[in-house]
Design a protein around this ligand. Structure first.
Ligand code: HDD
Length: 708
């Protein structure tokens, strides 16, 4: 049943009586509910309300052609043929979720933004995570930057913080954005490769344009292959302003810090997941929310006083640089919780139109030219996606939770019916309504004097390497190795001339890094040409990020087969479940026939790359079965590959009694870190297993260059 259209009452009238309570955590949900369509127990009609039987088209005789007069057929085809809208030119693949933001305290001394001024006030949010380069149907786990776009539906209108999971950005001038995107997207002649930068044009551009190297190193590290979206940091990237009622301003960088910890995939694992389950990240977010394990992020700022604008070695307004947390600490302002999945992917996640120009009183822009370019760009892209309609902000997901009044008129798909003869200001006929508002957006009165129009950049932007060094130096050894491996893979897909140019750029960052990468590329090791002074900062290493104190949402595969020790399997399953983890029995066939275990995945339908950890119970004949399996239910040696992958992807592996034989047969070091061995599934064993799963990955298990 279609609900009555609420536009006229809730969106563009002078009455706000039917709006949800503004600024409440569920205000957006209440608003959206008015648009829900429930078709249970309804009879089918055309769009114009005629009841129809849609099982057959109207034909001239049983074997005859469909008649042109079949209005139901014509209308159904028309609608189907137009179901698609253009995908986003970047960030086409994404997943969204609703939630709320809660401010920790009154931040009036920093900002006039109301949603940050009432302690514990809940503001509804909608977040869309995305990859950048891939098209809408591309795999989730490709190596890429990821988008982290948040809309706050505040009592003063929408605030869209359209950020990424990587702190710096590749270029500092928005005019270069189409170039870098074209370089990363598939080649225009053959339209390959899809969803990644491991190809000639991407690295041709990076090598030509060394200001990209800082962000390239982030993308080559674990930051480019996160384990899931719940374990990603988010960055507003640009330096913004906060502005108080008294028009005092500070510079800020916005950051999201996940309570779930940070973690990344191993590249081999990421590639396998891209085949085994291309929806891995979107399913992860959906499942956690559906099971009530709501992901949370602290939202905060790094604050720089106006007087310190020029106090840094880098330019504060240069988005290719970050502010090291060792210099300016993170101040948490509040917490975001994502607690509701979308009801309809297209209506919400696809039709949400983020815009960097959606800003609220108390938050201000800076002269960062990338930011300025973005404020301009997002309008165009939405008009294109919304097929030319300038009324896209009236879509349910886009409406603010406050009334909207203006003299705009018409445009495709105008859903409201504005009354009266006046559509201009000033007017006497309507008493000057909509009248000039009192508490409007605070344009910070920044002084811009004596400037000359010029196509040039400030010299401070030319230091491309200091922060690339800072990032590289701040990684732990295993993370550096993953970065080197990532570079060898990506640049290794490029032709020799580009490999050589990229090694030269890396050599400007760090000679050791360049030599290590060169060794895998058939490029001669370069001589040192630049000093790396060895500076580090906290806040850059994924491995050093604080871990949560629990194992909620961690997925654990419990390997089973006929003859396995079912009692141990069950006890471990129950323990993990009681701790909030997501254990799953993996077996030979689905169902409950094997020892009454509820087997929901098989060695054919799943793979250890899809879990955070693996447990192998004992049981002689069960292990024997897994070792010698030669049947038509799954590929031979799959159980061995299962543990080999878990091992080389640095995952915790629990194993009791005869289960060890599986690891031995696979030639794996049973004394390696993260292998939790035991002879009984007792309290002590479970505590050890839990601790290993909490650690999530044992990076020291991965070989370093020196060991190879
Ligand atoms: Fe952008 C989408 C993030 C630079 C132009 N961008 C888009 C999305 C995110 C970002 C997360 C997806 C929003 C969603 O989920 O719907 N973009 C960034 C960040 C940047 C950045 C963090 C650098 C700091 N972007 C950037 C520049 C331009 C654009 C310099 C152009 C001048 N971005 C767009 C766009 C998109 C977009 C073409 C495509 C789809 C959309 O806007 O909604 O307008």
């Amino acid at each position: 049943m279609r609900m009555s259209c609420p536009f006229t009452s809730a969106f563009r009238t002078s009455s706000s009586s039917s709006l949800p309570v503004q600024g409440e955590g569920d205000a957006k949900e209440e608003q959206l509910k008015k648009y829900y369509i429930d078709e249970t127990n309804t009879e089918e009609t055309t769009l114009f309300g005629q009841k129809v039987d849609n099982t057959q088209s109207l034909k001239a005789g049983r074997r005859g052609p469909t008649l042109m007069e079949d209005f139901a057929f014509r209308e159904k085809m028309m609608h189907f043929d137009h179901e698609r809208i253009p995908e986003r030119v970047v960030h086409a693949r994404g997943v969204g979720a609703h939630g709320y933001f809660e401010t920790y305290q009154d931040w009036s001394d920093l900002t006039a933004a109301q949603f940050l001024r009432t302690p514990n006030k809940k503001t509804p949010v909608f977040v869309r995570f995305s990859t950048v380069l891939g098209s809408r149907g591309s795999p989730d786990t490709v190596r890429d930057v990821r988008g982290f776009a948040t809309r706050f539906y505040t009592e003063e209108g929408n605030f869209d913080l359209v950020g990424n999971v990587i702190a710096p950005f590749f270029v500092h001038d928005a005019i270069k954005f189409p170039d870098i995107i074209h370089a990363g997207k598939p080649h225009p002649d053959r339209e390959v490769p899809q969803a990644g930068t491991a190809h000639d044009t991407a690295y041709d551009f990076f090598a030509e344009f060394p200001e990209t190297i800082h962000t390239v190193l982030w993308a080559l590290s674990g930051r480019g292959i996160p384990t899931n979206f719940r374990q990603c940091e988010g960055f507003g990237v640009h330096t913004y302003r906060l502005v108080t009622e008294a028009n005092k301003s500070v510079f800020v960088k916005f950051i999201w810090k996940p309570k779930q910890g940070l973690c990344n995939l191993v590249w081999d694992e990421a590639q396998k997941i891209a085949g085994k389950d291309i929806d891995y990240h979107r399913k992860d977010l959906y499942t956690a929310i559906e099971r009530g394990d709501y992901p949370e992020w602290e939202f905060g700022v790094q604050i720089v006083q106006e007087k310190d604008e020029m106090a840094f070695e880098f330019d504060l307004l240069d988005p290719t640089k970050l502010i090291p947390e060792s210099i300016v600490p993170f101040t948490p302002l509040g917490k975001m919780t994502l607690n509701r999945n979308v009801t309809n992917y297209f209506a919400e996640t696809e039709q949400v139109t983020f815009c960097v120009g959606h800003i609220v009183r108390g938050i201000g822009f800076t002269d960062d030219s990338l930011l300025q370019g973005r404020i301009f760009s997002y309008f165009d892209t939405q008009i294109n996606r919304m097929k030319g309609s300038v009324n896209y902000m009236t879509l349910p997901i886009n409406q603010p939770v406050v009334p909207v009044h203006n003299n705009y008129r018409d445009g495709a798909m105008q859903m409201g019916i504005p009354k009266g003869e006046v559509a201009y200001y000033p007017n006497a006929l309507q008493g000057n309504a909509p009248r000039i508002a009192e508490k409007t957006y605070l344009d910070y009165p920044e002084k811009i004097d004596n400037v000359t129009k010029i196509k040039a950049q400030v010299p401070s932007v030319d230091d491309h390497y200091s922060q690339a060094q800072l990032f590289y130096n701040s990684l732990e050894e295993a993370e550096k190795q993953q970065l080197v491996d990532g570079a060898r893979f990506e640049i290794g897909k490029c032709r020799m001339e580009i490999r050589e140019r990229m090694v030269k750029i890396l050599n400007q960052v760090d000679n050791g890094l360049a030599r290590r990468v060169a060794a895998g590329l058939g490029v001669s090791p370069p001589d040192r040409v630049a000093e790396n002074p060895g500076k580090t900062s906290k806040g850059l290493s994924i491995a050093a990020y604080p871990k949560p104190d629990n194992i909620r949402t961690r997925t654990v595969a419990i390997m089973t087969a006929p003859g396995i020790n079912a009692a141990d399997a069950k006890a471990t399953y129950d323990f993990l479940k009681s701790e909030g983890a997501y254990p799953e029995y993996v077996g030979v066939t689905l169902g409950n026939d094997q020892d009454d275990l509820d087997i929901t995945a098989t060695y054919l339908t799943t793979s250890s790359v899809l879990y955070d950890a693996v447990y192998i119970p004992g049981g002689d004949s069960g292990i024997e079965y897994l070792l010698t399996a030669n049947n038509s239910f799954f590929p031979a040696e799959e159980p061995l590959l299962f543990v080999i992958d878990a091992f080389r992807h640095a995952k915790p592996i629990g194993v009791t009694n005869e289960g060890v034989k599986l690891l031995e047969k696979a030639n794996l070091d049973i004394n390696a870190p993260g292998i939790v061995k035991g002879s009984a599934v007792d309290h002590h064993y479970f505590e050890d297993l839990k601790e290993a799963i909490r650690q999530q990955r044992f990076w020291s298990r991965l070989p370093l260059d020196e060991q190879v």
